[in-house]
Design a protein around this ligand. Structure first.
Ligand code: NAG
Ligand code: NAG
Ligand code: NAG
Ligand code: NAG
Length: 347
């Protein structure tokens, strides 16, 4: 039995931080009426599929980004008060999957990600059949980033301490693949270094596990059409394993850092209009501070190793004692969740 010490518990990872952005990542119903109004199953000009990160509520960290994208595409910053300002419609649906972390059990991450990949492909297929004129956008963060890559390029294989079931790639030349106009991925778990579609300093590092050649071919079929971009920060312990200095914040700050540039890339790619400029102001209206810290919104990693490789063992939204002692770690996890909850509440 391996008991984490106080120092090893320093490797805290929590996916939910208070924010003035409309991110709705806490595992409670999203309270942002503007964001909620964008959720739709209607046939829309632009329709996004969102794959949230582990243990997040819907729509998760991607909320502020899709809001900015839709506001720009419709030219309508306040669709709740002025719904007729544009004949271009834009909205999203969530890819319905559990987003369990390995904190829920050793096999859970893989079971969850495989469900996400299958659900994402099925939802896109059904939507594209019903709404063949709609232009599809795919967004994913963290586990959801991995799921979104699985949806496009095919998924499956080892991840963390489990093996994810296979799913086939999507064909970019036939529906629903041919209906996709842009896909943006942030901090993905399973990813491979040195791909042409990756931006930022984590580009040269593998994620928690790499993708194999078949899966990369599947992704590059979309990237070759200019439709895929992936953001990975240096120091992100999930998407850029081995990069330093390790900083969990580098996994959590994608939308704070890149909402505007990602929205601009998405809108320009989706419309083919290279002169569209995204203004970040519309999305940055103050919203209520998320209250998710009460509901176990924090997660911690306690590896029992501590010191220099404590960071390298940090696996973001999952908690796993690689050497066993799951009970002790679970107990410690709950304590740490409480501590982080307090810290978060103070921020
Ligand atoms: C997995 O996620 C679902 C929904 O997000 C949640 O209801 C369930 O309790 C999670 N499973 C475990 C074992 O934690
Ligand atoms: C890549 O992984 C997938 C999923 O596990 C598998 O179906 C495929 O055969 C693998 N391809 C290669 C070249 O190993
Ligand atoms: C990434 O993983 C691939 C496949 O296992 C491996 O060949 C490559 O050396 C790794 N690259 C880095 C930078 O770790
Ligand atoms: C492209 O975007 C610019 C800036 O929003 C706009 O003025 C222009 O009309 C657009 N071009 C086309 C062809 O839609």
């Amino acid at each position: 039995m391996h008991f984490p010490t106080a120092t090893t518990v320093l490797a805290l990872v929590f996916l939910h931080t208070p924010s003035t952005l409309a991110q709705c990542e806490a595992p409670v119903p999203c309270q942002d009426p503007v964001l909620n109004a964008l959720q739709s199953s209607d046939c829309q000009t632009y329709h996004a599929f969102l794959a949230r990160g582990s243990d997040s509520g819907y729509p998760g960290h991607l909320g502020s980004l899709i809001r900015l994208v839709c506001e720009t595409l419709t030219g309508n910053p306040h669709p709740d008060t002025d719904p007729d300002a544009s004949d271009v419609s834009c909205g999203y649906e969530n890819i319905v999957y559990p987003a369990n972390s390995t904190y829920a059990g050793q096999e859970m991450w893989c079971l969850s990600a495989a469900k996400g990949a299958n659900a994402g492909q099925l939802q896109m297929k059904e939507y594209a059949e019903r709404c063949p004129q709609s232009k599809l956008i795919l967004l994913g963060f963290s586990q959801g980033g991995s799921v979104a890559l699985d949806v496009l390029g095919g998924g499956g294989g080892p991840a963390f301490e489990c093996v994810q079931a296979d799913n086939p790639a999507m064909d970019p030349e036939t529906s629903p693949g041919s209906n996709i106009v842009a896909a943006a991925i942030f901090g993905a778990v399973r990813r491979t270094a040195n791909q042409p579609y990756t931006v930022k300093g984590g580009k040269d590092y593998n994620g928690t596990d790499p993708r194999n050649g078949t899966q990369l071919d599947g992704l590059n079929a979309f990237a070759d059409k200019g439709l895929l971009r992936e953001w990975c920060n240096i120091g992100d312990p999930i998407c850029a394993v081995g990069s330093s200095p390790v900083d969990v914040e580098q996994h959590l700050n994608y939308f704070k850092l890149y909402d505007q540039e990602a929205a601009q890339w998405l809108v320009r790619t989706a419309t083919g209009n290279e002169t569209v400029v995204v203004s970040v102001t519309s999305s940055r209206v103050p919203t209520k501070t998320p209250t998710g810290t009460k509901t176990g919104a924090a997660r911690a990693t306690a590896t029992g190793r501590g010191g220099a490789d404590g960071g390298a063992d940090t696996q973001g939204n999952q908690v796993q004692d690689k050497e066993g002692g799951a009970g002790a770690v679970a107990a410690m996890g709950y304590i740490v969740v409480g501590i982080v909850g307090m810290v978060v509440a103070l921020l």
